[in-house]
Ligand binder design. Structure first.
Ligand SMILES: NC(=O)c1ccc[n+]([C@@H]2O[C@H](COP(=O)([O-])OP(=O)(O)OC[C@H]3O[C@@H](n4cnc5c(N)ncnc54)[C@H](OP(=O)(O)O)[C@@H]3O)[C@@H](O)[C@H]2O)c1
Length: 303
């Protein structure tokens, strides 16, 4: 079985690399702070001295780094991936970054003859431990995986913001926050995130599964991807005030860069409409790559 390299032993990288080991892969890991490799070593991983050393040893290397500077650093800095990547080797970056970062890495890797795949993930620590992450691979359309991930996290961040405000408002209004959780769970806006995070939030317990600094980074990158922020205000000022609040979509689509006619989006759900809006699409190759990586991480197809 091929040896897999893994760069970045943070919350996610550690869980993902552990999964590969658990399913019989040989794995060589690297982390900037070396001590974070210890647990993986105890479970049978080898430790590489640098990203370059890992790539030299492994046919495929996966990266799970915090942000664009970190993702670029393991590729371009001294002893980075570029020093050893070549024809027959591949690099898969699963970090959440912007499309520009992904494209820059892809071009550099391909220039050296290597293969590149971007595969940011949806899901947090527990899905990573359980091999249940959703991988947003865009195949040859490098950048689309990054954009999709940022759109998803922009939605998630906005939901968390509204949820927090609701919990505070309930508390300050003399309502029991636990009752609010029960009520939310019964209605149309029930969702796994409220259900999972709500009980720990009302106990003021914030053991990190998805560090807040990364959500803030994703909101920042998503805002850069989009245009302007005050969309509800803009929607109302353009005469949409008496429509359903989902008419916010019209403002998002009313952009000179939008290439599709408005009628194309009419009656389509907010999220589905965002996909063509940002030029994200699933080609046949994308799907094949998606399933390849998905199965590699979940290890359902390999023993
Ligand atoms: N946690 C989640 O629920 C979740 C879910 C989906 C996507 N993501 C995304 O996945 C990525 C990793 O998240 P995480 O939760 O695992 O983060 P984390 O626990 O903070 O780990 C970040 C990793 O990046 C490394 N790193 C940071 N700066 C670096 C640099 N300049 N050079 C080399 N390595 C550097 C860290 O190394 P050190 O140990 O040396 O600091 C660490 O290994 C992020 O892009 C995040 O947005 C996270």
């Amino acid at each position: 079985m091929e040896e897999i390299g893994f760069l970045g032993m943070g919350i996610m990288g550690k869980a993902m690399a552990m999964n590969l080991l658990r399913h019989g892969f040989k794995v060589t890991v690297w982390n900037r702070t070396l001590s974070k490799c210890d647990e993986l070593k105890e479970h049978g991983a080898s430790v590489g001295e640098s990203p370059a050393a890992v790539v030299k040893k492994c046919k495929y290397t996966i990266g799970m780094l915090s942000d664009p500077p970190a993702a670029l650093s393991v590729v371009f800095d001294k002893n980075g991936i570029l020093e050893e990547i070549c024809s027959g080797k591949g690099y898969i970056d699963m970090s959440t970054v912007d499309a520009e970062t992904s494209t820059k890495i892809s071009e550099a890797v391909k220039e050296k003859g290597g293969d590149f795949l971007e595969g940011p993930v949806s899901g947090s620590k527990k899905p990573a431990e359980d091999g249940q992450l959703v991988i947003l691979a865009a195949g040859e359309k490098v950048g689309n995986g990054a954009k999709m991930k940022l759109v998803v996290n922009m939605i998630m961040g906005s939901m968390m913001n509204a949820f927090s405000e609701g919990l505070v408002l309930a508390d300050k209004s003399g309502l029991n926050p636990k009752t609010l959780l029960d009520v939310l769970d019964l209605g149309a806006i029930a969702n796994p995130m409220f259900k999972m995070k709500g009980p720990s939030m009302i106990q003021n317990s914030y053991n990190p599964a998805f560090p807040l600094k990364h959500q803030q980074k994703d909101m920042r990158l998503a805002l850069a991807l989009g245009d302007e922020n005050a969309v509800f205000k803009k929607a109302r000022s353009t005469g949409l005030g008496d429509l359903d609040f989902s008419a916010l979509l019209n403002i998002r689509l009313d952009d000179p860069e939008g290439s599709m006619p408005f009628s194309y989006y009419k009656n389509r759900a907010f999220f589905l409409a965002l996909i063509p809006r940002f030029g994200v699409e699933m080609t046949k190759n994308t799907r094949i790559l998606y399933y390849f990586v998905f199965n590699a991480i979940r290890c359902t197809s390999v023993d």
